[in-house]
Design a protein around this ligand. Structure first.
Ligand code: KIV
Length: 283
């Protein structure tokens, strides 16, 4: 199976074929996504919420992200594997950012890192690209700076704000990003950005005209159990299925229906005799 590269994503854009991306945070999930033919797997810092139960993405650490990325790497064969650089790993200096990005490549084997923001982040992103590491940009609603953006709100809703997003996207392309995630913005703004770029855009809450779409694993599969953003389409109700399955397991154990003989290991008759001879209660 041919491993996808950033150039393959650009080729999909040129051929007007949509790019598919989903988050995954462990080996079995990455393997399932890969088996389903997904083009790119994102080890997103959304894991702060989906895996670690935090309220916001800023809580996740480099070490936690690296552990999840290593696991996802083991399950990924074909898809391009991208990891989010978490809050704190890109804020200190160019050198620190490059060192952290190198850890994602060397320790976790990812194909690219994703870095949120434009403006002051462009220089940081350029430093990582200069170190030979492909970078996916991320503009619009950037959850790591949600408090600065006034909360988890759609961005680019005025003509001036839309223009700024268009400028940011162009700056990120010129800095050398291989793709840009467009999160939570009006569809016409994302469409204009998509048309203006040679590199692909991957939308989440940004309409149908992006070159691709990304969604969070737990949202797609119905595993969140809580609020799901307006832009999510849920394709399964696995949370409900999991609760039903575990309820059946609990009932089987409590009633003695599990385990059955076929779930246990046999012992040769003569050994069993010997074992019981020492204590008849063992019969
Ligand atoms: O962390 C994440 O899951 C993301 C996606 C929402 C794009 O950044």
């Amino acid at each position: 199976m041919m491993k996808l590269t950033p150039a393959d994503l650009t080729a999909l854009k040129q051929q007007h074929q949509k790019i598919t991306m989903i988050t995954a945070y462990d080996a079995p999930s990455a393997r399932l996504a890969d088996a389903a033919g997904i083009d790119a797997i994102l080890v997103g810092d959304s894991a702060a919420m989906t895996i670690f139960g935090h309220e916001q993405t800023t809580s996740i650490t480099m070490e936690e992200m690296l552990m999840l990325a290593r696991a996802a790497r083991r399950g990924t064969s074909r898809a391009l594997l991208v990891a989010d650089m978490p809050f704190g790993s890109v804020q200190v200096s160019d050198a620190d950012t490059v060192a952290n990005a190198i850890r994602f490549v060397k320790d976790a084997g990812v194909d690219a890192v994703k870095i949120e923001g434009a403006g002051p982040m462009v220089r940081r992103i350029g430093a990582v690209i200069d170190a030979g590491i492909p970078v996916v940009g991320h503009i619009g609603l950037t959850p790591q700076s949600a408090s600065q953006l006034g909360g988890y709100k759609a961005q680019g809703k005025t003509a001036a704000a839309a223009e700024r997003l268009l400028d940011d996207a162009g700056t990120l392309e010129r800095a050398g990003c291989v793709a840009i995630v467009l999160e939570a913005m009006p569809a016409p703004v994302a469409a204009a950005i998509t048309r203006s770029l040679r590199i692909p855009t991957i939308g989440i809450g940004a309409g149908a005209e992006c070159d691709g779409q990304v969604l969070v694993w737990h949202d797609v599969l119905g595993l969140t159990g809580g609020h799901v953003p307006k832009f999510v389409k849920q394709y399964a109700e696995l949370g409900t299925e999991i609760v039903k399955a575990i309820e059946r397991y609990v009932a089987d154990v409590q009633s003695g229906r599990f385990p059955e003989a076929r779930h246990t290991y046999a012992m040769p008759d003569e050994e069993r005799e010997l074992f019981a001879r020492r204590d008849p209660s063992r019969k």
